[in-house]
Design a protein around this ligand. Structure first.
Ligand SMILES: Cc1cc2nc3c(=O)[nH]c(=O)nc-3n(C[C@H](O)[C@H](O)[C@H](O)COP(=O)(O)OP(=O)(O)OC[C@H]3O[C@@H](n4cnc5c(N)ncnc54)[C@H](O)[C@@H]3O)c2cc1C
Length: 436
């Protein structure tokens, strides 16, 4: 105990980690947190990704409460421990909430009968913190940590780390000798630091976990066809699994009411995503969601996905197929950038997918059975893709790098995808440090 701890990233993972430490008597003076964003008093609403509580602190404030959602946790510590860690994260959010009694858990209902023959429907509890309260929670939480003596370095970007020498440099370092030393490092840089994590993984040739490919299409249709299901679950998650083929499919990130398809540009190619507007003025009564396949067992999944995405481009943009519709407009009223292809074109796309497109076609065919009014009133934007960054291999007992046992990876930097899981990973690491 009582070693110097440096936490890179004051995101959900880092902040839950430090809270666990100081709650249990670890001297705050021995802990330094470095973040390239701002403290909660100076962070602006548009600074979505960086600053106190990270992306989670400026998010939708939904705390998912299930081990199947938000990334991997039970893989490291088992189901029971994972739920207990998530409870601790939720307790922290309530503890610093100005009106904790308003934090409510939405109650999932049982999967409706009409879905059962064709799809699984993932229903899971969600704690709603309330977006409007996140800023106040952050301030209360920050004040507590400062009071405990924790040191924060704001608007400071860590630019290099020597795992061998246990030293790191920031964009404020004035020379090679101007380093910050640590005994233990918690690395929680989130999505905004994803390239930095990748850089370190390559530089130190860290062993990584095998990753599946995640690719598919963004499906869009008038909302009325799905209303029966939306009434049960707004952000519904349909899924199916082909265990023997190493393929699973899920509907991903459902948007309704004022739902728009969005073009993403990654590595110079177009792919698709979706978002919903809150303002009623934007209401278009459409629904969109990804139909994402997770494909196991492909060698070099990153290159495989990149090459496939490159192939399904035409005229400088992605593709759109529909038996009856045209691409929709964006919330600004422009056409969603997509080159429309016909049925023959879709067969070519299917070839590029090397047999995997059949799973998507079947998914849509079965949706037509479950939602009988859908018929041909839908379209797909091709592709939707999630490039998964390499996940360094860690000791499952404390999330420490197998090569550098005093360096712990947490949160989105370790493939988490949500507030609760990221925070829980931070707490898990601190429990291991406290137990040493
Ligand atoms: C718009 C949006 C909405 C979301 N809504 C939800 C939601 O409702 N529910 C949910 O569960 N999840 C949501 N998420 C995902 C969730 O926010 C993340 O999974 C979670 O915040 C990850 O926590 P983290 O601590 O790993 O990283 P983050 O919370 O992203 O924090 C990382 C921190 O590291 C800092 N950093 C990065 N690189 C460096 C560097 N080199 N030097 C110094 N500092 C650095 C950043 O400034 C940042 O503050 C949302 C994400 C976004 C972007």
């Amino acid at each position: 105990m009582n070693k110097k701890i440096v936490i890179v990233g004051a995101g959900v993972a880092g902040i839950n980690a430090v809270t666990k430490l100081v709650d249990n008597g670890y001297p705050g003076e021995l802990i330094t947190i470095i973040d390239m964003g701002k403290d909660p008093y100076n962070r602006k609403p548009e600074e979505v990704m960086t600053g106190f509580l990270g992306a989670g602190g400026w998010s939708d404030g939904k705390l998912t409460y299930h081990t199947a959602i938000g990334g991997q946790l039970s893989k490291y510590c088992g189901e029971e421990k994972a739920m207990e860690l998530m409870d601790q994260v939720i307790t922290n959010f309530k503890r610093f909430h100005p009106k904790p009694e308003e934090v409510q858990c939405s109650n999932p209902v049982e999967e409706p009968e009409f879905i059962k023959p064709y799809f699984g429907l993932r229903l899971f509890p969600v704690w709603h913190v309330g977006t409007d309260y996140l800023s106040e929670i952050a301030k209360n939480w920050y004040d507590y940590l400062v009071e405990k003596g924790v040191k924060f370095e704001w608007e400071t970007k860590v630019t290099n780390i020597s795992f061998d020498a246990q030293e790191l440099w920031t964009d404020k370092s004035t020379s090679d000798n101007d380093w910050i030393g640590y005994d233990k490092l918690i690395f929680g840089v989130g999505k905004s630091g994803i390239d930095f994590g990748k850089q370190l993984t390559e530089e130190y040739n860290l062993p990584t976990e095998p990753k599946p490919v995640q690719i598919g299409v963004r499906f869009e249709a008038p909302q009325k066809h799905f209303q029966k299901l939306i009434d049960v679950s707004y952000d519904f998650k349909l899924y199916r699994k082909f265990e023997d083929k190493g393929v699973s499919l899920r509907s991903f990130c459902t948007n309704n009411n004022a739902a728009y398809v969005a073009v993403e540009e990654t590595y110079g190619d177009h792919s698709y995503n979706g978002h919903a507007k809150k303002d009623e003025a934007y209401r278009n009564d459409m629904t969109n969601f990804g139909i994402l396949m997770e494909i196991q067992g492909i060698n070099d999944p990153f290159t495989w996905s990149r090459e496939l995405v490159k192939k399904v481009q035409a005229h400088g943009t992605g593709l759109y197929y529909s038996p009856s519709r045209k691409p929709s407009t964006t919330s600004e009223g422009d056409n969603v950038s997509a080159h429309q292809i016909d049925w023959m074109g879709l067969q070519v796309v299917a070839e590029y997918f090397q047999g995997y497109f059949e799973y998507i076609s079947d998914f849509i065919a079965d949706m037509k059975k479950v939602f009988p009014t859908l018929k041909d009133d839908w379209g797909v934007y091709i592709p939707e893709v999630k490039y998964l960054s390499p996940e360094p291999l860690v000791d499952y007992n404390n999330l420490a790098l197998t090569k550098f046992p005093n360096v712990h990876f947490v949160g989105d930097a370790l493939s988490a995808r949500g507030i609760t899981v990221s925070g829980a990973q931070g707490i898990y690491v601190s429990e291991s440090i406290l137990g040493e």
